[in-house]
Design a protein around this ligand. Structure first.
Ligand SMILES: Nc1ncnc2c1ncn2[C@@H]1O[C@H](COP(=O)(O)OP(=O)(O)O)[C@@H](O)[C@H]1O
Ligand SMILES: CC(C)(COP(=O)(O)O)[C@@H](O)C(=O)NCCC(=O)O
Ligand SMILES: [K+]
Length: 258
């Protein structure tokens, strides 16, 4: 048994593997530094994870502690997890894609590698996380490049936090009225419709270069976005591979399948 941990800017993403088989995945909040210190005095990861919700879907062995494979885009959290007695950090050099630039997010590289190895290259990944990213590779597994923009929640939070009068607004399950007549819907409409147009624009630009490429969408907002796209641009939504575990597949490719 081994654990995969992808540390994103909003959440921790956990994967429990038995060999090559991904048995369980769950998401938690970041662990506070104080509780991580417990690892240094021998608290088991199982007990530690029980202190945050949701606790692991099944008990983790404490001796020996399961190997932990860690990929992180949050340096402070990465440093904290070094305490764990059996941790291996996945870094960009270990991802067999060509042409990676040194500051590329390991999450982007792993998702692209995991999807490309599963469905073939060329491949474009849309990761709807804290940030929304596009990351593409050509048929020779060379990084073509990508783009970064604030994710749906981040955009709404920015409006609420950086203005005097705009409220905190949730993401609606259904598409809002485009020309809205309430402040809340106007914020939702502005963020959602421009993001959908942006996704369509990037996808069409990608298909102009790689008409045969598959496109996969992952990240916490993937389902919401695919539902919105289904209403606005069904011809795009119907072509997207929706898969939350791309990063875990990328990690597995590196540690198990080389
Ligand atoms: N339980 C949740 N907690 C936080 N964000 C969530 C949750 N469920 C869905 N989301 C959505 O997922 C987005 C974060 O995506 P995620 O892939 O978890 O981020 P990251 O990998 O950057 O930590 C948030 O913007 C939010 O809209
Ligand atoms: C863009 C990201 C913050 C996305 O991470 P996430 O939203 O999943 O937390 C992450 O991929 C990152 O820190 N990238 C480094 C810069 C780059 O990719 O060029
Ligand atoms: K993400």
């Amino acid at each position: 048994m081994w654990l995969a941990l992808m540390i994103g800017n909003s959440r921790l993403h956990w994967g429990l593997f038995e060999g090559e088989t991904l048995c369980q995945t769950w998401d938690t909040n970041h662990l506070p530094e104080s509780s991580l210190q417990q690892l240094a005095i021998g608290q088991s990861l199982d007990d530690l994870l029980k202190t945050i919700s949701p606790s692991p879907p099944l008990p983790l062995p404490s001796s020996p502690p399961p190997p932990l494979l860690l990929a992180s885009v949050v340096p402070k959290q990465t440093a904290l997890w070094q305490i764990y007695p059996n941790v291996r950090i996945i870094t960009l050099e270990q991802v067999p894609l060509q042409g990676l630039y040194p500051t590329l997010g390991i999450d982007r590289a792993l998702a692209l590698w995991g999807a490309g190895k599963t469905w073939g290259f060329p491949m474009l990944i849309v990761d709807a996380g804290t940030a929304l990213t596009f990351t593409g590779a050509d048929a020779n597994q060379n990084l073509n490049g990508g783009a970064i923009l604030p994710g749906l929640s981040l955009q709404l939070a920015a409006l609420a936090n950086r203005t005097g009068q705009l409220p905190n607004v949730e993401l609606p399950q259904q598409l809002p009225q485009r020309f809205a007549l309430t402040t809340q819907e106007a914020m939702q409409s502005g963020v959602i419709y421009t993001l959908l147009a942006g996704i369509k624009d990037f996808v069409e630009a990608w298909w102009r270069s790689y008409p045969e490429s598959k496109i996969a969408i992952t990240g916490g907002d993937r389902t919401l976005l695919v539902n919105y796209l289904q209403s606005q641009f069904p011809e795009i939504a119907n072509c997207l591979i929706v898969e939350p575990n791309l990063i875990f597949w990328g990690m597995r490719e590196i540690v198990i399948r080389h």
